[in-house]
Design a protein around this ligand. Structure first.
Ligand code: GUN
Ligand code: ZN
Length: 650
């Protein structure tokens, strides 16, 4: 299995680490394409590292092998000597060049052996580049050859291997190629997409990525050949692409173009100094514009690379924060074609949902289409299931979701039967007791601002309720306890189903924030100990004692991760659970789910929080599967007001 681990994630996107003989590559990472001939490479790899912090590069073994002088040097000094670079070097096999120039000069064995000889950290199989316009038959025939070469290469090579994924525009072939590559590769390199990228055919690119992603192994690094323009990085990362390779920084520089995540700018058009990065502080772009081409080109290339590196950093930060959809939506503003690509991505919520986290810190609406993100699709599906057993509903008009109003909402009507209150939100009609949950609770969108709370005098909601009930409403009557019980039952039902909720909810009493009125913990009614904390995402997460109750009531296997004997004592003491100690995991869980960590005899060891999706765990060879959030000796104090309980170290 590939030496790749996942450290953090946001949906399909991950922060990972790929170990190579020349050190780890922290992903997502940009591998600049460098020419193997130092005289033809305007920015030296060592300078890229020194000034921009670039850790790894990609170069063409095909070109290095074809030019005799380069070949001799590469064989003597190794590829690292030739490039004067001691970081990880990935080499490409030349499939694209051979395709573009129509010549088949070197065979697959020769190319692989050469990469081996020159000490490439990641060697690439010589695939057959398949055009998006190829027929199904052509694409399938080519794929068979690519597959044979991949199997031959894996049998031979002991080092890291990049296995290309082809299949043209055919989802069935793409999926098959992705599955085959996953059995062989440490890096799974999605190829045949340069024409889509160059011609801004982003909806088609989205369809290719959606076709390959479910069958690509989560335990290998995913590379996308030719992801050159920084405006595409967030979009590609959304599908879980870990490695971008860019020759765009050079190609665009040659024609006088500056790359920005917001789009491309011709340097000749620049009359204002719109950038103040350290390069532009040395020499403003309006001056660079007037330089002779031989001096201008390397500066533009360097600038393009700097901008690309910055964008990768933003993508990485967004993955940490859980804001990658927001970044991708903002970037889609760079070009209508990219916006169309993102729309295609949203249509494939089936691809995203298995890795979609249970919650995030916030949901920020960037555009109206933001409401079609997978997080919303999942939430509304669950709301439909939740609401199906409840009739009739009483719709409250759109109100600011101020929790302190909720305590004026009655739970029973005048005849003593249960009322189902639903309120209008930007995401539609949502049961009132669920309105603190992600994404609707931490929702930041236009609708909320349209109804600032000070427009409604105190008691306004109670008068609405009064009108709906058609009887006198006494504001002094304290509905708080009844409503809080109702909310506790609702949140437990949301996670564990109606039977279990009905059974255990009466054992708890709620604790609300004195400042905001928000429900923030459930305590045991008898002992007063904390049983669940309610995070800013609205999700009730068990403490070790609360988990004891769930453990007694949930069927064996449910909401559980079974821990190997070797790791059980460590997990019991609060240490993270690593993938290779997981024996089983409830397949209904998702990243971010709170789980009961149990030993092989189903004894409760601790409460954990999943980093990985259940289907990913057996496919990874290293790294954390779940963090322990509460164990026998935890203090389980209430998090300070406003503090999130979402982070792994909570
Ligand atoms: N460079 C750009 N596209 C491709 C591809 O499909 N395969 C390989 N090996 N290299 C590429
Ligand atoms: Zn600049």
């Amino acid at each position: 299995m590939a030496p790749f681990e996942i450290l953090e994630r946001d949906g399909l996107a991950r922060l990972g680490r790929l170990a190579t003989p020349h050190g780890p590559i922290e992903t997502p990472a940009l591998l600049p394409v460098v020419h193997p001939d130092p005289d033809r490479q305007p920015v030296a790899p060592a300078e890229m590292r020194r000034r921009l912090g670039i850790r790894a590069v990609i170069t063409s073994a095909y070109i290095a092998g074809r030019i005799p002088a380069l070949r001799a040097r590469a064989e003597q000094e190794g590829i690292h000597g030739l490039l004067a670079f001691d970081g990880p070097v990935m080499t490409d096999s030349g499939a694209f060049q051979q395709h573009a120039y129509g010549s088949v000069e070197v065979g697959p064995e020769e190319v692989l052996e050469f990469q081996e000889r020159i000490g490439s950290d990641i060697s690439t199989v010589l695939d057959i580049f398949t055009e998006p316009a190829a027929t199904h038959e052509e694409a399938e025939t080519a794929l068979r050859t690519t597959g044979e070469r991949g199997r031959w290469a894996r049998a031979r090579r002991t080092g890291l291997l990049a296995v290309p994924v082809q299949g043209g525009s055919y989802p069935d072939l793409r999926a098959r190629s992705a599955a085959e590559a996953s059995d062989l590769g440490d890096v799974l390199a999605v190829g045949g997409v340069v024409p889509l990228m160059e011609q801004y055919r982003f909806p088609e690119l989205a369809r290719v990525l959606a076709a390959v992603r479910p069958t690509l192994s989560p335990g290998a690094a995913i590379h996308l050949f030719g992801t050159g323009h920084p405006m595409v990085f967030a979009f590609a990362a959304l599908f879980g692409v870990d490695l971008f390779d860019s020759s765009a920084y050079l190609k665009f520089a040659r024609r006088g173009d500056l790359l920005f995540p917001e789009g491309t700018v011709a340097v000749d058009d620049l009359r204002e100094n719109t950038c103040h990065c350290f390069l532009c502080a040395e020499q403003p772009l309006t001056q660079v514009r007037t330089l002779p081409p031989r001096e201008r080109e390397p500066r533009l290339a360097f600038h393009n690379l700097l901008v690309s590196v910055e964008e990768v950093a933003r993508v990485r930060q967004a993955i940490r924060e859980g804001t990658l959809w927001e970044l991708a939506e903002r970037r889609a503003g760079a070009h209508p074609a990219l916006r169309a690509g993102l729309a295609s991505a949203r249509e494939r919520s089936d691809v995203f949902l298995p890795c979609e986290p249970e919650s995030r810190r916030a949901f920020r609406e960037v555009e109206s289409e933001s409401r079609r993100r997978p997080a919303v699709v999942r939430f509304l599906q669950k709301v439909r299931v939740y609401s199906a057993v409840r009739e009739p509903t009483h719709l409250l008009p759109r109100v600011p979701l101020r929790p302190e109003y909720l305590r004026f909402v009655p739970t029973l009507d005048s005849k003593g039967s249960e009322l189902h209150w639903v309120t209008a939100t930007p995401l539609g009609a949502i049961p009132l007791e669920l309105t603190d949950l992600y994404p609707v609770g931490p929702y930041l969108g236009e609708e909320d601002y349209a109804h600032p709370s000070h427009h409604h005098p105190p008691g306004w909601l109670s008068s609405v309720v009064f009108a709906e009930l058609g009887r006198d409403f006494d504001e002094d009557t304290d509905w708080t306890d009844a409503w809080t019980s109702r909310q506790i039952a609702g949140l437990l039902e949301w996670q564990y189903g109606p039977e279990l909720a009905a059974k255990i909810a009466p054992r708890f009493r709620g604790e609300r924030s004195p400042r905001t009125g928000r429900l923030r913990a459930f305590r045991f009614s008898d002992s007063g100990e904390f049983a669940f904390h309610v995070g800013t995402d609205g999700v009730a997460r068990p403490t070790f004692r609360g988990a004891g109750v769930l453990h007694g009531e949930l069927p064996v296997g449910h909401h559980r991760v079974v821990v190997d004997d070797d790791a059980a004592p460590f997990v019991k003491a609060g240490r993270s659970l690593f993938v290779h100690f997981v024996r089983a995991c409830d397949p209904a869980m998702v990243p971010g789910s709170s789980v009961l960590l149990v030993d092989r005899s189903d004894r409760l060891l601790a409460v954990g929080r999943l980093l990985l999706a259940p289907h990913e765990i057996p496919r990874l060879s290293r790294g954390v599967a779940a963090w322990v959030t509460s164990h026998e000796r935890s203090q389980d104090l209430l998090p300070a007001e406003g503090e999130t309980t979402l982070s792994k170290d909570a």
